[in-house]
Design a protein around this ligand. Structure first.
Ligand SMILES: [Zn+2]
Length: 340
């Protein structure tokens, strides 16, 4: 049902919209108009760059808008498809979920051509944009609920050739930390659909919370451009951390559900370890305090393993079952290819 005024086969720079039919009380024949920029020239890979999969994650939205304005046709070899605010209604509302249908776009794949607005967006990517792309970049942060140490991340996909391409592209973001993750909260993720189509998928968790610091905006914009150079779609040579005098990225993994700590009780969460800090097994990483019972000792949240605090909940008020911390265990780069 989605149509676009962009010609995806044309050379040059085009600015337009993906138009999703949306009939509501005050506009019977309306469209939701999702901005899209396509820049194409000559032979090279097609790279799809997405922000705003979750509307309350601003790092990718800002970086992609800046890049779309800055780039001319001359700097591209191949085709770059830029969508800064993929779940556009959620981005307008600054919410994780769509305010129109209450859906999480990142649980809506493969989508439904005749479903709700969010299902239609997922379906369009699955059937029109992923098949023509060699690589898919989906920029996330922790949104309102979590803050991550800024990291690029990936699933450990079973195909070794695809895994190697994803590992190299993840490292090309040049973040201090990288993170191998698993899905503990449902199915239907955008990266999983793109991975199942054999694409090189690059994802991130660049900070989180309502605000974004200048350094995290820089990591988003500089890292994105470096990955695009690494993939060969943007002219110029990709930089390595070594070349600019930085130590290798610390690669961590949380492939076991026990690495994702959920609140056992509701209360006020106090984190007691800084993001990116090393933790040992059984070390306290936070406390849950009980407003109604200040005399009661707080519930101590301990790390199940030795590793790094990769993410922590940002709103202190916490409900039972909320994810409050993520522990990443260090893995060597040369062993990532050996993981099952
Ligand atoms: Zn997200």
């Amino acid at each position: 049902m989605i149509r676009t005024d962009i010609d995806l086969t044309r050379t040059g720079k085009q600015q337009g919209f993906l138009r999703v039919p949306y009939s509501h009380n005050l506009a019977g024949w309306a469209n939701i108009m999702i901005p899209i920029t396509v820049i194409a020239r000559g032979h090279g890979p097609t790279v799809l760059v997405l922000g705003g999969n979750h509307g309350d994650e601003y790092q990718g939205q800002v970086a992609i808008m800046k890049l779309a304005r800055a780039l001319s046709e001359d700097s591209v070899q191949g085709r770059l498809i830029l969508i800064p605010a993929l779940n556009f209604p959620a981005a307008q509302a600054a919410t994780r979920l769509s305010p129109i249908d209450g859906m999480n776009l990142n649980r809506a794949f493969p989508g439904d051509a005749e479903g709700s607005v969010t299902s239609q967006i997922a379906h369009y990517l699955t059937h029109h944009l992923f098949p023509i792309s060699d690589a898919v970049i989906d920029i996330h942060s922790g949104g309102r609920s979590m803050e991550f140490v800024p990291c690029s991340h990936m699933h450990v996909v079973p195909n070794r050739e695809q895994r190697r391409a994803m590992l190299q592209a993840m490292l090309a973001w040049n973040t201090d930390f990288c993170f191998l993750y698993t899905d503990i909260a449902g199915t239907g993720l955008l990266p999983v659909e793109a991975e199942s189509q054999g694409k090189t998928v690059i994802t991130t968790e660049l900070g989180g919370g309502e605000g974004v610091s200048a350094s995290v905006h820089r990591i988003a914009y500089d890292g994105l451009q470096n990955v695009l150079r690494h993939l060969g779609v943007l002219s110029g040579k990709a930089q390595t951390r070594d070349a600019v005098g930085l130590p290798p990225s610390v690669i961590t993994q949380a492939l076991d559900a026990r690495n994702y700590l959920l609140a056992p009780e509701s209360g006020i969460f106090e984190v007691c370890v800084d993001l990116g800090a090393r933790v040992s097994a059984d070390q306290p990483v936070g406390y849950i305090h009980f407003l109604e019972r200040p005399d009661r000792h707080p519930h101590v949240i301990t790390s199940p393993k030795q590793g790094y605090l990769i993410a922590a909940r940002t709103p202190c008020r916490t409900h039972q079952g909320d994810c409050i911390a993520v522990i990443g265990e260090e893995v060597r780069a040369d062993t990532v290819m050996d993981l099952p």
